[in-house]
Design a protein around this ligand. Structure first.
Ligand SMILES: [Zn+2]
Length: 229
């Protein structure tokens, strides 16, 4: 509500400034410039959000990602595989302790469009139970492996009270294109409200780790604030 009110106030004030400029072209240029640029920054800041998401962990790379996020005071969303939560239980608990969001990414990363309803449900429920038993948190979000879904499997997931999470920026970090490329894909692809897809598990993620600090710094420099997906 506060955001809505501030936005409305910002628009009203910006309109008043524009009207003032038209009505009084002889007003001091400096005063006009200050007021106008302040309003533009304020309105843009209200909308320039971005969410970082990390899939297929937890893994041995996850603690390095957590260190970078902590240093930058940024929270992210971790889409975990049920099968990885037990072997990296301490890491899964650290993700929760440090204020990040957990997301169910299935037990073993199958293509859900090829699963029966029962098999799909088992993938989701087993992972919900595993994450809860280890972290005492029950995820409210689910991301399909490969983003592959259909209306049948989306119904199965939603029946477990899970919101389906997609992405808007695919860094393809898993293909190890180089750290500079991962960062430039993330930053150039980001628009207000973006959800950036990266991977903290499923293979060698050293490039993802090495690219993350620059990605965060460049997005901050562009005026983005980080939100949970
Ligand atoms: Zn995945």
């Amino acid at each position: 509500m506060r955001l809505t009110r501030n936005l409305a106030a910002g628009f009203a004030f910006a309109s008043a400034v524009v009207a003032g400029v038209v009505a009084a072209p002889s007003a001091p240029a400096q005063a006009q410039a200050q007021t106008t640029s302040f309003e533009i920054v304020d309105l843009a800041a209200a909308k320039k959000t971005v969410a970082l998401t990390f899939d297929d962990g937890p893994s041995k790379y996850t603690p390095q990602i957590l260190d970078i996020l902590k240093r930058n005071k940024v929270k992210a969303t971790f889409c975990m595989l049920g099968n990885n939560v037990g072997p990296y239980a301490a890491t899964a608990r650290r993700v929760v302790r440090e204020g990040h969001r957990l997301c169910n990414h299935s037990r073993s990363h199958p293509n859900f469009t090829k699963l029966s309803n029962t098999a799909a449900r088992n993938q989701v429920v087993w992972t919900q139970n595993k994450i809860y038993s280890v972290t005492k948190v029950r995820p409210k979000v689910f991301r399909f492996p490969y983003g592959a879904s259909n209306s049948r499997t989306r119904t199965v997931v939603r029946a477990q009270n899970l919101r389906i999470l997609g992405w808007t920026v695919d860094t393809r970090d898993w293909s190890r294109p180089g750290t500079a490329t991962i960062t430039s894909r993330a930053v150039k692809g980001t628009r207000p409200g973006a959800v950036i897809l990266m991977h903290d598990g499923g293979g060698n993620r050293s490039q993802t780790v090495a690219s993350l600090n620059a990605t965060i710094r460049q997005l901050k420099a562009k005026g983005y604030t980080f939100v949970l997906a």
